[in-house]
Ligand binder design. Structure first.
Ligand SMILES: Nc1ncnc2c1ncn2[C@@H]1O[C@H](COP(=O)(O)OP(=O)(O)OP(=O)(O)O)[C@@H](O)[C@H]1O
Ligand SMILES: C[C@@](O)(CCO)CC(=O)[O-]
Length: 894
């Protein structure tokens, strides 16, 4: 509570913000930044010589960092008293504690959800009722005040203790004329001692508006917003010029203990220095963005727009229009798609941050208001709120346009301009829009879904399997996930966050004329079509800004387009489109079948969305026949990525479980059922450790090099292949009889030696072998058997862990030792489900999509951010979130 020093009265606002100096509290070392007094207590007996400061003894009551902050706040707010508390809501708590049970409050009807909730609490627990009225009309306020005062005088109603105003309102940006309102109140209650006029100034901040100069008695700000500006702290500020009120608030703050902590005080002080410059940038971008939305024909609320009904009133009391915009689309589902489709705009509650945010108030910040009340207060369910940050405005508009296009809210015309699309419900297209095109196809024709497929570990027979030997392999718990969502702009997009890649193609620019006639006739192809492949390679290289074969996403994009074209089988509806986003929890290109998991996820997603397979609504399992079709297409994609795959990887990925796999004799034939033999859970009971050497390699070239050796040295290589087949036969017997671990280990080591002879090992793999054999745990030596798995040349090794009583200690030691060598370990379970599909993910994951709303504290529903969440979560979080969904339809597995 420091009265301002008047010497700086002539400095401009930005200078005041940037200049922190409190002559009453000079720093003992002259530090340029105010130190954080992270101390609860300050020593010494009051009045004694060793008491360093009479002012401070306990940080709840007073702290030097907070005191300097409060002095700075008074300076920039041009007021006498500022108090910093824990949050914006804490301000209202402090202020409303002076209202007594049985008294009443008048407040606006378009107020922030958190304010609404606290007022509700006062009503239910404190007998303090609030009348919500339209404060944008001062005559309504005057009449309500008059009637309330009269009723009270006649003993018929409660005493009016407080009037609570907010302008512009949040989120509808309606303007309240402050001077007219304060005059209306004072006409009937002359003194602040009777009725306090309070104003929430968070939407404007003192940079744009000073309500104390307009007749308001108390102003508060959620400093979590513009004042701090970085969304890294929660704080609130109460300001007044009235000494008596200031004293009573200081008493409450000290009593309840919600004063701002020292570190938060420091952060807020730091944020305040840039308030002027931040808000200037945010506001200028807001004007451009609001104008853009308005010119597209969306009903846009922003006081800076000439069409805003409260514009004159607003600019008579504020210096600028602020950085919050809201607009309506006419359709809540459309709004959800727009919000979920942005990349730069973070889907989040709150505002005032340097980063731009987008939200749907009815689902988020205002979800705590009863839907019926929201409807009565005319808060549209489709309303989107934009909180503009300091990013480049062109980037913000480009991102917003992309989301509007992808959601089907606008379409691009041949001259490049955007035009709003009419929907069944948006009859309110404004005159500013030049043209309104036809509605997009219904989103139900291509609903969202998530597909997941596992990677694999080959225990025996890699490489040899390409040449007819049987391989033993099992699915692993690490999986690839594919999110498929509809688009409405005639484009197909592929986002691969693991490779940092996002590409899109116009559907009508794909080489549809190269589709083989058999595909167009609906046949499921077996071989790659060379001509179609060439044209797709050309399309990828030409359209994707010079993507070349050396780019990791080159093969991924080609395989994707190839699958897309042959599954769709002909030019799709122009207005349609689809967006595919894939995330791999498997290390990519490390021998664990990442390409097969990618291929089978894509194949299943595409086949389902094009109704080429039917996943019946009521069955939990994906049938073997359906899996067979998915596998056939996944194999084609594997051929694109991998050259000459045996089919083992995609078969394990699709069917799951533990398999003995023999390649069909005639390579032209697709996989036959009898070439896949389920090994029950034989492998599943074994403990396996997968170790990624981190050495990158490429399956395609390693497979090709073994093929070349076989061609040049048929006898030597043939002998190796025969010995691998013998190993596989013996291992198959052992596994089906739950057999002897030691022998299995020996077979693993021998298989590895034979792979060394084929030249597909790598020094890093040999390091793992020598590290783990012997491994000393509790002075016992363990000879753990290890081999490369998959294509080798680096990538992953698989180690058989003993199932002895101290298996966990052995595993722990192995992981510790290998991690020290820079390797990444994945202790894994094997034999889980194959390809799995989650239909209607928004509903299925409903529980997981709920979150505690940071603004209101309420549990909120999904915010349309499925894709953002899918991309934004860490690997571990993504796995946990998606596997938590209980409505997966799964193929196979042990
Ligand atoms: N999540 C993914 N996103 C994009 N591309 C992927 C993804 N997963 C795999 N790929 C593609 O697969 C390629 C890796 O396949 P590759 O066959 O070389 O390794 P792998 O499948 O992990 O190992 P292996 O075939 O030995 O089991 C990548 O270069 C990329 O083209
Ligand atoms: C090396 C190889 O045998 C396994 C790759 O995971 C190749 C294949 O079977 O397709």
């Amino acid at each position: 509570m420091a009265p301002p020093s008047s010497s700086q009265a002539t400095w401009s606002f930005s200078t005041l913000c940037a200049t922190v100096s409190d002559p009453d509290h000079p720093d003992q070392y002259g530090s340029s930044s105010v130190p954080i007094y992270q101390s609860t207590t300050f020593k010494g007996l009051p009045g004694s010589a060793n008491k360093a400061s009479e002012e401070f003894d306990y940080s709840r009551s007073g702290n030097p960092t907070r005191t300097v902050l409060q002095q700075h706040l008074s300076k920039i707010q041009g007021c006498k008293y500022s108090m910093a508390v824990a949050t914006g809501m804490a301000c209202l708590d402090v202020i409303t504690r002076s209202v007594k049970p049985g008294e009443c409050i008048i407040a606006g009807d378009d107020i922030y959800g958190g304010t609404n909730r606290l007022l509700g609490l006062l009503a239910s627990n404190g007998g303090i009722n609030t009348k919500h009225i339209d404060t944008t009309d001062a005559s309504i306020l005057e009449e309500t005040v008059r009637q309330t005062v009269k009723d009270h005088a006649e003993g018929k109603g409660p005493r009016l203790a407080m009037v609570l105003l907010e302008t512009p309102t949040n989120p509808l940006l309606k303007v309240v004329d402050i001077k007219a309102c304060t005059a209306a109140v004072r006409k009937h209650v002359a003194s602040v001692r009777d009725t306090v006029i309070v104003m929430d100034n968070t939407m404007m901040s003192p940079a744009l508006m000073r309500p104390l100069e307009l007749g308001v008695d108390v102003v508060y700000d959620s400093a979590t917003k513009f004042l701090s500006g970085h969304h890294d702290l929660m704080a609130g500020v109460v300001a007044t010029n009235d000494e008596q009120l200031a004293k009573s608030y200081a008493f409450v703050i000290n009593s309840v203990g919600n004063a701002l902590a020292p570190f938060e005080s420091f952060l807020l002080l730091r944020g305040l220095k840039t308030l002027a410059i931040r808000l200037a940038a945010q506001q200028s971008s807001s004007q451009v963005i609001a104008t853009h939305l308005h010119s597209l024909g969306f009903a846009t609320n922003y006081p800076g727009l000439p069409s805003h009904p409260g514009r004159d009133a607003h600019f008579s009391q504020a210096k600028g229009a602020g950085a919050v915009i809201s607009f309506e689309t006419g359709d809540a589902a459309l709004s959800q798609r727009i919000v979920g489709g942005t990349r730069l705009w973070g889907v989040s509650v709150s505002f005032g941050c340097v980063n731009s945010l987008i939200s749907m108030p009815c689902l988020m910040s205002h979800a705590s208001i009863d839907p019926k009340v929201r409807a009565a207060r005319r808060l549209p369910e489709d309303l989107i709120r934009l909180c503009v940050g300091i990013e480049d405005v062109e980037d913000l508009i480009a991102d917003l346009n992309d989301a509007l296009l992808a959601a089907g809210a606008v379409q691009r015309q041949s001259d490049g301009s955007l035009v709003r699309v009419a929907t069944a419900t948006n009859g309110s297209v404004s005159e500013t829009s030049n043209a309104v095109t036809a509605a997009p196809p219904s989103s139900s024709s291509t609903p969202s879904l998530i597909v997941s497929s596992p990677g694999k570990v080959i225990l025996f027979g890699e490489h040899a399997v390409v040449h007819g030997v049987t391989a033993l392999a099992a699915s692993v718990s690490l999986r690839c996930y594919c999110l498929l969502e509809p688009r409405y702009d005639g484009r197909l997009s592929l986002a691969l966050p693991d490779l940092n890649i996002e590409h899109s193609w116009a559907l009508d620019e794909l080489p549809w004329d190269a589709l083989p006639a058999s595909v167009q006739a609906g046949d499921a192809p077996i071989d790659l079509d060379a001509k179609l492949l060439r044209r797709i390679v050309h399309a990828v290289e030409a359209t994707q800004g010079g993507l070349t074969e050396s780019d990791r996403s080159h093969a991924s994009c080609i395989a994707f387009l190839y699958l897309y074209m042959i599954v769709v089988g002909g030019v799709p509806q122009k207005a349609g489109g689809q967006s595919f986003t894939l995330r791999s929890l498997l290390p990519i290109g490390a021998g664990l079948g990442s390409s097969a998991a990618y291929s089978s996820s894509l194949a299943a997603a595409l086949l389902h969305s094009q109704q080429k397979i039917s996943l019946s609504e009521d069955s939990e399992a994906i049938s073997a026949a359906t899996a067979q079709i998915i596998n056939r297409y996944a194999f084609l994609s594997e051929k694109v990525i991998h050259g000459n795959p045996s089919g083992v990887d995609n078969s394990v990925s699709v069917f799951g479980g533990c398999l003995a796999f023999t390649r069909p004799k005639a390579p032209r034939n697709a996989l036959k059922a009898n070439e896949l033999k389920l090994l029950g859970n034989g492998l599943g009971e074994k403990r396996l450790l997968l170790t990624d050497t981190g050495v990158g390699r490429d399956t395609k070239s390693l497979v090709a090099s073994v093929g070349k050796q076989l061609e040049l040295e048929p006898e030597r290589v043939g002998g190796i292949l025969d010995e691998i087949q013998a190993i596989v036969d013996e291992a198959t017997k052992l596994l089906s009889s739950g057999g002897d671990e030691k022998t299995l280990g020996k077979l693993i080591s021998r298989n590895h030696e034979l792979l060394v002879q084929l030249g597909v090992s790598h020094p890093s793999l040999e390091t793992i072998r020598t590290t783990l054999s012997p491994l000393v745990v509790d002075s016992t030596q363990y000879a753990l058997d290890t081999k490369l798995t998959g294509a080798g040349g680096g990538g992953c090794a698989v180690t058989l862990l003993p199932s002895s009583s101290n298996a966990a200690a052995v595993q722990e030691e192995a992981v510790k030792t290998l991690t020290k060598l820079g390797m990444q370990c994945y202790p894994t379970t094997v034999g889980g489900a194959g390809v799995s599909v989650l239909l209607a993910p928004e509903t299925a994951l409903g529980k997981g999509m709920m979150g505690r709303d940071g603004e209101t504290g309420d549990v909120t529903a999904a915010s349309g951010g499925l894709r953002q969440r899918f991309i934004g979560l860490s690997n571990e979080e993504l796995g946990e979130w998606l596997e938590g969904g209980s409505m997966w339809k799964r193929a196979g597995g042990a």
